[in-house]
Design a protein around this ligand. Structure first.
Ligand SMILES: CC(=O)c1nc(NC(=O)[C@H]2CNCCN2)sc1-c1cc(O)cc(O)c1
Length: 130
């Protein structure tokens, strides 16, 4: 069990680093904080499960993720929300959709580049045993 805690600690350190890198990227500023309903009043009528990089970071600290897959599921939620809220052919909506797809690709690339697959397998085994 102590070994499991060591593995999960390493995962949290790793995910914080990736989350920080994504949040530092100016391209993703609109995904870094919960949507401000003052700015975007109809947002919560359309998006039922908001997600953002700051919330992701606090979920890491609350030990909400015990494998990279769970973390990427929340990244996918950020992307899905942006695609749903910005469906129009307008330049603005296209731009936001493009940024959302770029966020997903960068997140997956960071995970793939820096996580060896047997570390993720170990995390999955811990998740599946719990
Ligand atoms: C993150 C997101 O999905 C988002 N989408 C927007 N879309 C629009 O404003 C489109 C919707 N279609 C009609 C033309 N306007 S604004 C916006 C946003 C931007 C911020 O700077 C902060 C924030 O919290 C949210």
């Amino acid at each position: 069990i102590c070994q499991e805690e060591n593995t999960l600690r390493e995962l949290r350190i790793f995910l914080r680093d990736i989350c920080a890198k994504l949040a530092r990227n100016k391209q993703f500023f609109m995904f870094t904080k919960p949507v401000d309903v003052e700015e975007v009043p109809d947002y919560l009528d359309i998006i039922k499960e908001p997600m953002d990089l700051e919330t992701l970071m606090s979920k890491i600290d609350k030990h909400s993720y015990i494998c990279a897959r769970d973390f990427l599921d929340d990244i996918d939620l950020i992307v899905r929300n942006a695609l749903e809220y910005n469906p129009d052919k307008s330049a603005e909506d296209k731009h936001i959709r493009h940024r959302a797809c770029s966020l997903r690709d960068k997140a997956y690339a960071f995970i793939k580049a820096e996580m060896d697959s047997d570390f993720e397998d170990t995390c999955r085994d811990i998740r599946d045993k719990r």
